[in-house]
Design a protein around this ligand. Structure first.
Ligand code: GTQ
Length: 349
């Protein structure tokens, strides 16, 4: 039998910890429960940005700086618990971008993946690797990582969309690269509609091999999404947790459209209320049609009108109610990453 060493008392310990610290060592037992928590503890708070307020400030930004000077004239949606970090949730970036008639947001590319969800205006376009697509409200447009992209506007009035990027994830991995294009706007090498015809019509070219992690379709028009949702609402049983909820799909492999960002669109018929649900992924919701309320457990419900944006931290239990009209709700989340890493969990109440 060997002697038990007497334990240091807590005063001694603090001296011991200082000594450890000076050697760049740290006692795990002081932080273990925080490092491996019993359940997820997001830092982000649930929060809503109301369209009328944000739109007014965006137009003020339009009066204050040009798209070309700003490179991207965007108001970042900053989670109140993550100020200064350009994060809407712990893992996601979102911002609202404004383009005015005649402007160009210059071409660049980066290793962050981006989605654009169009909120207002007509005549705006995004060009991706030599092909342009015109934006209509409710369209989902992809800018796969490392593709050249510029945005412009040939129409009238402001064009506004939500940028959704995996900036915090790429930042955490320290895998960010960017390049400016030599020209402000890239030259088009294919006519508008080329990708939609080649990959987005329920058909794929025979013999073409696909290696990319991102969908080759880069505009998912709202007219088609809306039609699908409303048809299903007439015929399909409505899921108690999701309503009628469809995810945007990569037609090549049935996977999410991007490796890091998972967008989906749901319809909740007027008066419908979802049952409580939570999942590990954090999400951003945008109400496109109707009036809805989002209720996070133990908090007062928040009413959402058209184009309002809501940050949903991971592992928050929530219900959504369609208050007025059939509600159409866009969302995107980091679910593809959770799934690929085997970390995705959900709980239905
Ligand atoms: O349009 O390329 O909101 O690179 C943030 C970074 C938009 C863009 C953002 C970007 C972009």
């Amino acid at each position: 039998m060997h002697d038990q060493q007497p334990r240091r008392n807590s005063v001694d310990r603090s001296e011991f910890y200082k000594e450890l610290d000076s050697l760049n060592l740290a006692p795990l037992w002081e932080v273990l429960k925080g490092l491996v928590p019993a359940d997820p503890r997001p830092v982000a708070a649930p929060y809503a940005w109301h369209w009328t307020t944000v739109r007014r400030q965006l137009l003020a930004a339009g009066a204050s700086i040009s798209a070309e000077e700003a490179e991207r004239r965007v108001l970042v949606l900053e989670n109140p618990k993550l100020k200064g970090k350009s994060q809407i949730t712990d893992t996601l970036y979102a911002g609202l971008q404004l383009i005015l008639p005649g402007e160009v947001a210059p071409a660049h590319r980066h290793t962050q993946s981006a989605l654009r969800f169009v909120l207002e205006g007509a005549g705006g376009y995004t060009a991706v690797d030599g092909e342009r697509t015109t934006m209509q409200r409710g369209d989902l447009i992809l800018t796969p990582f490392w593709t050249w992209h510029d945005h412009g506007h040939d129409g009238e009035g402001p064009v506004i969309w939500m940028d959704c990027l995996d900036v915090p994830l790429v930042g955490f991995l320290k895998t960010g690269f960017r390049e400016e294009h030599a020209a402000t706007a890239q030259t088009m090498s294919r006519p508008e509609g080329y990708s939609a015809a080649r990959y987005g019509s329920g058909l794929l070219p025979v013999g073409q091999q696909f290696g990319s992690l991102t969908s080759p379709v880069f505009n998912y028009p709202y007219s088609r999404t809306r039609e699908a949702l409303h048809r299903l609402a007439q015929t399909q049983e409505i899921d108690p947790h999701f309503g009628i909820c469809l995810r945007y799909v990569n037609p090549v492999n049935g996977d999410w459209v991007m490796p890091t960002l998972g967008p989906s669109m749901r319809l909740l018929p007027e008066g419908f209320s979802t049952s409580g649900y939570r999942s590990t992924d954090s999400a951003v919701f945008v109400l496109l049609e109707g009036e809805a309320s989002i209720e996070i457990q133990d908090q007062p419900p928040i009413t959402m009108h058209a184009n309002d944006v809501f940050a949903m931290p991971g592992w928050s239990s929530y219900r959504i109610q369609a208050l007025k009209g059939d509600c159409v709700l866009f969302s995107f989340s980091d679910r593809p990453v959770h799934e690929k890493l085997g970390l995705f969990r959900e709980e239905k109440q």
